[in-house]
Design a protein around this ligand. Sequence first.
Ligand SMILES: NC(=O)c1ccc[n+]([C@@H]2O[C@H](COP(=O)([O-])OP(=O)(O)OC[C@H]3O[C@@H](n4cnc5c(N)ncnc54)[C@H](O)[C@@H]3O)[C@@H](O)[C@H]2O)c1
Length: 424
Amino acid sequence: MKACQEVRIPPVSPQKPQILAVIGQGYVGLPLAMAAVDAGWTVIGVDNFEAKVAQINGGSSPVEDILDAQLQAAITKGFYKATADYSAVSQASVITICVPTPLDDMREPDLTLLRNAATGIAPFVSNETLVVSESTSYPGTLRDIIIPIINSHKPKDSLTVYFASAPERVNPGDPVWNQKNTPRLVGSIDKESQQRAIAFYESICDAAVSVSTPEVAEAAKLLENTFRLVNIALINEFTQLCYASGLNVQEVIDAASSKPYGFMPFRPGVGVGGHCIPVDPLYLTWWARQKGGIAALIESADSINTAMPKYVAERALSMVDQNIKNPKVLILGVAYKTGVGDVRETPVSKLRDYLKSQGANVAWHDPLVPLWEDSNSIDLDWHCDVAILATNQPGMNLEKLITRGVKILDCTNSLIGKAGVSSL
Ligand SMILES: NC(=O)c1ccc[n+]([C@@H]2O[C@H](COP(=O)([O-])OP(=O)(O)OC[C@H]3O[C@@H](n4cnc5c(N)ncnc54)[C@H](O)[C@@H]3O)[C@@H](O)[C@H]2O)c1
């Protein structure tokens, strides 16, 4: 790996090379690493999953938004390398932490991976390094968890370490908004940290938005995703009311959307999935409880979305001849959203489980997910009594099913008016 790229960006730390270490090479970390390479940084991608490190160094991207060719070019030019060795971060002037922040079995924040990452890098954080947390978490995570871990394990001669929170807002698979053109929130613990963090993000993003504290940045990220959760729940609940009343919810949403202000359309679906929308709002409800409050609206929204797979399953089963005891149900699209192969927290999991609990024989098809929970994507030729379009993935030949006269419950609003299709 080259010492660093030819400097063409303003230095974040004047005495240090323009080397960035990104901890976690997943949906957030790898695109960030590539954006930084594009911007003139030399990047070390640190991931504790050795097989992933080997895959990435072999030039094969594990995420859809990064093409193998882009990754290979960065590696070949010596501007990027992945490693499982935390000691590599000692060369960096900036370290960003991009590891998962999931829920535990009690559906409460699980910061184990974040703590492990902070503990792993701490002994190698050199003097004058900027450490940024990009992982989504509740307000106070940087100040109360990450900073104490790093300060108590950093090298003795690392007298000055700067800290900021800059939650990632990337939307994987989005053809318009990416890490470069999405404004980045930045909140730091002091003025010097903020100057460096803003300089860093201005070097890789079109705009960095300065906020007064890390807690404001952390809370804003949770607000953004909770806004989506609550509005999706509203439309999922409203959909059930409309169906029970014989109204076409899509037509109602289209009608409301003609109002030029004060309304934003959300569409119904099987529920919410992915690492963010089902998870982050529960960081907020947990945080509210720590402060002695209850975020009742958010908890209610979570319950409505969690119950959607059962509602969808019942709607689909009602389309089948009731004399068939074990109907064959084909689920189309198991990833949590279109255009990605990401099945984390996919609501289709609950949909499948509920269908099975009702005696259905369930198979699934997803061109972007060849293997899911020990079963394989099945061919569209599979004979079924009803199909559920859960996620409209590119490359799915739905016309084939429609031509065959298969009954389809469309949860994606993409087959309007087609023969045999019912909309949610
Ligand atoms: N995926 C999204 O759409 C998205 C969008 C915005 C924000 N976020 C947030 O960004 C963070 C990262 O999410 P992601 O989707 O990139 O996760 P991911 O699972 O795709 O990738 C995380 C990577 O971190 C690695 N890792 C885990 N623990 C580690 C450790 N201790 N040291 C080094 N590597 C470690 C894992 O092996 C994995 O490769 C989360 O807080 C998430 O909420 C995600």
